[in-house]
Design a protein around this ligand. Structure first.
Ligand code: KG4
Ligand code: ZN
Length: 403
């Protein structure tokens, strides 16, 4: 089954085309086309994602991204047949709020041969609703023009499937997944522990009571004067300290440091509570207080503060995940969402699972599949399409939940 998937929930406009084979027990995927346009540079000046801008950019980018994906998949062929008047007016209705997108749609898509795909998957939520709507209406317009079935995908299910997929040079493979699966989903909008007892059936085990972990990374980065998105920036600074640590231990023992290291100075929120819930707003505030107390941090001190922040986050994420592993008896652990791209979190989880839960299979997405993309939407779309969960009407739901 060939699936074309569309992702516009946040600040990436992405379309992928995958050849999917197999079933829930064992599935193989070949990425035929994968195109992505990131808006990060544009949002940087606002210090975060600006919804109205995201929506406008998706509308501008969808047709070029589609063209690139179809071309890569060798599915782009010209067609001179005119669009039947009835379809044309329905599509114009669907895209009426985006006149520029409608124009580009008729100009490009209207002149393409119907590609040999079997279904169209699109992110229905969670995410920014105005951004989601653009992708959904575009998907509906394509489905109507090409007469293909539509699947609505939960973005977080996409992150889970991306983590479960093992990549070889040629394929992505999802098989031999011991159930139940515990998923730690960490992104700009989410921090939750979800249990998948059997395929596609979820139970919420814990979640953040305030900020998402990615949001905390982004806000602390902003306080340190680092650009958006802050996660990778904090990680870069913290990694400098981690690599120096070896040198310090080896060569400069006994020397006193001339700068603050903030070691152990930040709180590890909620660790003593007997739940799997998280809280990150106190941690963020604690960073703010430290910055007020020491307003003149030098570059090294900023690196150390980033390092201490990353340590605090990682410790909380791991301890809560370990508690959830105990409580649920999960056999597989996956980490998904943009923050799962974090080098230290990946390393710490790999180390801790091996040392403390050797019977648990840890699955972490490849760095390219950690942050938002359309391949993950196609993966989840395949599972939904295999169950024939086709829809005719999709509504954007910014708060769509798995459980
Ligand atoms: O899943 P994602 O791409 O978009 C959402 O659905 O939110 O996640 C984006 C979040 C941002 O907060 C970003 O700062 C964070 O993931 N992020 C990271 C790293 N790369 C991205 N956080 C920590 N370390 C990273 N290397
Ligand atoms: Zn995401």
């Amino acid at each position: 089954m060939k699936i074309l998937a569309i992702e516009t929930s946040c600040d990436e406009t992405a379309i992928a085309i995958l050849e999917c084979e197999g079933d829930e027990k064992s599935a193989q995927f070949r990425v035929l086309g994968n195109a992505l346009l990131s808006q990060i540079e544009l949002h940087r000046e606002y210090g975060g994602v600006f919804p109205a801008l995201a929506k406008r950019e998706h509308a501008k980018n969808l047709v070029p991204v589609l063209e690139a994906a179809l071309e890569e998949a060798e599915l782009l062929h010209e067609d001179t047949q005119a669009i039947p008047e009835e379809s044309r007016s329905s599509i114009a209705g669907l895209l009426s709020r985006e006149p520029d997108l409608a124009e580009a749609f008729f100009e490009f898509v209207g002149e393409c041969e119907v590609p040999a795909i079997d279904a169209i998957a699109v992110t229905a939520g969670p995410g920014l609703e105005p951004a989601l709507w653009v992708g959904i209406n575009f998907a509906r317009a394509l489905a109507l023009l090409w007469n293909k079935p539509l699947v609505a995908v939960n973005h977080m299910e996409g992150h889970i499937m991306a983590a479960l997929a093992k990549s070889t040079d040629e394929e992505l493979i999802i098989k031999d997944v011991p159930m139940p699966v515990l998923a730690l989903l960490i992104s700009g909008g989410h921090t939750e522990l979800v249990l998948m007892k059997e395929w596609l059936s979820y139970k919420l085990i814990g979640q953040t009571l305030d900020d998402a972990v990615g949001e905390a990374f982004d806000k602390v980065a902003r306080m340190l004067g680092l650009p958006y998105p802050g996660g990778p920036e904090i990680s870069k600074l913290a990694e400098i300290v981690r690599s120096e640590r070896f040198d310090l231990n080896a060569s400069s023992q006994g020397r006193t440091l001339e700068f603050r290291t903030f070691e152990g100075e930040l709180p590890r929120p909620m660790l003593t509570e007997a739940t799997c819930d998280f809280s990150f707003s106190g941690l963020k505030t604690a960073v703010l207080y430290l910055l007020k107390k020491y307003p003149e941090l030098n570059a090294r001190e900023k690196q150390h503060l980033a390092h201490e922040f990353e340590n605090a986050v990682t410790e909380v994420l791991w301890k809560k995940t370990a508690r959830a592993l105990e409580e649920t008896g999960a056999q597989t652990l996956v980490i998904g969402g943009g923050v799962s791209a974090n080098t230290h979190i990946r390393r710490a989880f790999t180390h801790s699972v091996t040392a403390q839960y050797p019977h648990v299979a840890l699955r972490i997405p490849s760095p390219a599949l950690s942050t938002d993309n359309a391949v993950m939407i196609a993966l989840a779309g395949f599972y939904r399409a295999s169950r024939k969960e086709f829809v005719t009407d999709i509504k954007a739901n910014g708060n769509l939940s798995l459980a």
